[in-house]
Write a protein that binds this ligand. Sequence first.
Ligand code: HEC
Length: 160
Amino acid sequence: MVGIALAGLLLPAAGDAQMGYGGGPGMMGGPGMMGGPGMMGGSGVRRAFVMRHGVDAKYAAMASPLPPTAASIQAGRKLYEQNCAACHGPTGLGNGPAGANLNPPPANLVGVGRMPMITDGYLYWTIAEGGTQLGTAMPLFEGSLGDKQIWELVLFLRSL
Ligand code: HEC
């Protein structure tokens, strides 16, 4: 738990420098500051939450049981098109029509899965519980998608 919280604190700073946010840690994660269409990738409000609270212990140590094969990524792509593209857009940029009026907006998911702080557990938690803990419009999928399907989505997100 502490390790995860620390990783949350330390790693994004490196990401920032790399990706040119330009701001110090103090600028990170204000609700609404990041994650909208056309802005830097990711959900600012979710990063801020994880920096404060870590990823729930139920998910933190998870590791994908599925290897990232072409077949599993393709299965994830199908699931994405059916369940996520309306908000996150056909290519993951966060610009789907159903998300146009949401605040915070759907995250730009491109590159998110390649950021060091974005663990398997973080992505699984995000898809399973959605915005439940954050009060955002990100739906929860644990009732409608199975374990395997959530992991296929995680593998697909990592390919974006
Ligand atoms: C109703 C619109 C909507 C749908 C449908 C939706 N999302 Fe989201 N999603 C959001 C919003 C809004 C956020 C930003 C707030 C948050 O993180 O909770 C978000 C955030 C995320 C994040 C967090 C990114 C980060 O940087 O932390 C991931 C990952 C994600 N969504 C994946 C998915 C996947 C996968 C699906 C489909 C299974 C999906 N979303 C369906 C609205 C949606």
